[in-house]
Design a protein. Structure first.
Length: 573
């Protein structure tokens, strides 16, 4: 189905073509960069859902959908990793994810090489290996679902081009795996069906290649998938053509490094960050692809047979995503750039299948690829910085849960307002402590928490306040006996009173204006306190209760007041 390589071949290096050697070097460089960027990261967002609720290899835990996706193999992989390596480190899944990404890139190179030759395939794969706008997929192992679907889907399409029985059997197995990783395998089923259908011989005899994985997916859907989250609507169907056009524009622009840097404002919004759409350039690139299609169709050459499976693959991907659209799933979404860019480049390569690229064309496209790498790497690095911030919060917030384990409510949840990030709602204290007791803890130890970045220590104090929990309420009258160890905080002194966990603390505000109490434990001092009370009236007395824990780090209490605030520690306080 694919044409023989037509672009100029480079010199050979110890039995290997120069493009082949550069490919290996580029794969090694990309793998090293990805691992360097992710080496200190912990689990992120949806991965926590698998770790908390799908650790047991029951049928339901494996076959239940994740959102709207089938996720059989990602669940099995996570279960295997946690049993072999535990939860103390996320590095095993980052390494496995990197291997999947590099393997998919190698198969993508083979696919493009069969159509336009070594050099143009090398340029195309460079765009995929460092695809900055797809940083969520490149840097987040949970997206092994998408990566696995692409890897085995590409393998299936390449195997079908053998047009022999062993190739067909292997292609059917790969399609089954592709569909089992995520619903992104469905476009590959459609592409494989088109690839078989356009052949003149043995169509029906080869139909099993697609039929068996399709039936397995249908069985899954009837048994488990029909209960999955769905946003299908007539409005989405009617908007699908527009979505497909925007998808082509966004994916083409992302591949060429034309879309704006997503990290300045968008990263602050949390997960599912969009790389943005640059209409002036993205739609121009999309228009050029359409013009090339028209010229190729009406010109003397016509369209190669390999064009139609690639077109079916890309179009099915855009339409299925459009049908299930809701806010947050725009075609510019970072998670959609990986597969979308690969499909778009496959479409372009298939469109020009069999054409011999002249040297000046190869040089020009090489320059475009090199120029695109700069914004790609910049966005990739900044995406990693965002994920590093999320790792700090995850390790600090879960450390707070462990510190409070003696008194915490098992139903305590790391909601966005408590955790300081919307990426940890899948963590409930009871499930988390049960998992860490069995598989180890990814959280900071108390010593590590004291040395953690400021944001982590700051948020850990907030989580502790809710998790222990701290309690502050009006105090009754003193019975005349003088409480032990009373200390005064005078206006403007900036003094803090060290308070050991456990016991009760009486806080007396002298007559005057309302006073605000300030509290921290792991956070820095100064004006930025993680815990600030409401204003307490002058002449009032308040009781603060801090449950005991096993960490030998005191709390520190300060006050903002125009009068003296007296802090009296009862025995044990």
């Amino acid at each position: 189905m694919g044409g023989a390589p037509k672009s100029p071949e480079g010199p050979r290096l110890r039995g290997m073509s120069l493009p082949g050697g550069l490919l290996l070097a580029m794969i090694a460089l990309a793998g090293g960069l990805i691992l360097e960027l992710t080496w200190e990261m912990t689990f992120y967002q949806d991965t926590w859902a698998l770790l908390m609720t799908r650790r047991d290899p029951s049928i339901d835990s494996v076959l239940s959908p994740h959102n709207e996706h089938i996720a059989v193999f990602p669940v099995l992989i996570e279960q295997a990793l946690v049993r072999v390596f535990g939860m103390a480190s996320a590095r095993p899944e980052y390494v496995l994810s990197a291997i999947g990404l590099l393997g998919s890139a190698a198969l993508f190179f083979v696919y493009v090489r069969r159509r336009v030759g070594d050099w143009l395939a090398l340029f195309a794969v460079s765009l995929v290996l460092f695809l900055g706008p797809a940083w969520e997929v490149l840097l987040w192992p949970f997206e092994i679902g998408f990566v696995g679907s692409v890897f085995f889907g590409l393998a299936a399409l390449l195997l079908l081009e053998r047009c022999d029985r062993p190739g067909d059997v292997a292609a059917g197995a790969c399609l089954t795996l592709s569909v089992g990783f995520s619903s992104l395998g469905i476009p590959f089923l459609v592409a494989a069906a088109v690839a078989i259908g356009i052949e003149r011989e043995h169509r029906l005899a080869r139909a099993y290649v697609v039929a068996i994985p399709a039936l397995l997916f249908a069985a899954w859907y009837v048994g488990w998938g029909r209960d999955a989250e769905s946003h299908f609507s007539i409005a989405n169907v009617l908007d699908a053509p527009t979505y497909a056009v925007e998808g082509l524009a966004a994916n083409a622009g992302s591949a060429l490094g034309l879309n704006p840097d997503p990290t300045s404002e968008a990263l602050g919004r949390g997960p599912n960050v969009e790389p943005g759409l640059n209409p002036a350039w993205d739609y121009l690139v999309a228009a050029l692809i359409v013009v090339a299609l028209v010229l190729r169709r009406i010109g003397g050459g016509g369209l190669s047979r390999c064009f139609w499976p690639a077109a079916a693959l890309a179009l099915t991907n855009w339409l299925l995503t459009a049908f299930n659209y809701f806010p947050g799933r725009e075609p510019t979404n970072s998670r959609y750039q990986y597969a979308g860019a690969i499909f778009t480049l496959m479409l372009v390569a298939s469109l020009f299948d069999g054409l011999q690229a002249k040297l000046r064309t190869v040089l020009a496209l090489g320059a475009v690829a090199v120029l695109a790498l700069v914004p790609h790497v910049v966005v990739l690095v900044r995406g990693a910085e965002f994920l590093e911030e999320q790792s700090v919060l995850a390790r600090a917030d879960t450390a707070a849960i462990e510190i409070a384990s003696g008194t915490i409510d098992p139903g305590f949840q790391l909601t966005a307002d408590v955790a300081g990030t919307p990426t940890l709602p899948n963590i409930y204290a009871g499930e988390y402590l049960e998992a860490t007791a069995e598989y180890g803890s990814p959280a900071y130890s108390p010593a590590e928490l004291r040395a953690a970045p400021h944001d982590g220590r700051f948020q850990a104090d907030i989580v502790l306040a809710y998790a222990l929990p701290l309690d502050i309420s009006p105090a009754g009258r003193s019975e005349g006996s003088v409480p032990l160890d009373c200390k005064a905080i005078r206006p403007g002194s900036g003094r803090e009173i060290a308070i050991a966990p456990g016991g009760r603390i009486r806080i007396e505000v002298a007559p005057g204006s309302p006073a605000v109490f300030l509290l921290r434990r792991f956070a820095d001092g100064g004006d930025d306190y993680p815990l600030r009370s409401d204003g307490y009236a002058g002449g009032s007395a308040t009781e603060l209760k801090i449950p005991a824990d096993d960490v030998g780090v005191p709390w520190r209490l300060g006050a903002e007041a125009d009068q003296v605030v007296r802090v009296c520690l009862s025995p044990g306080g």
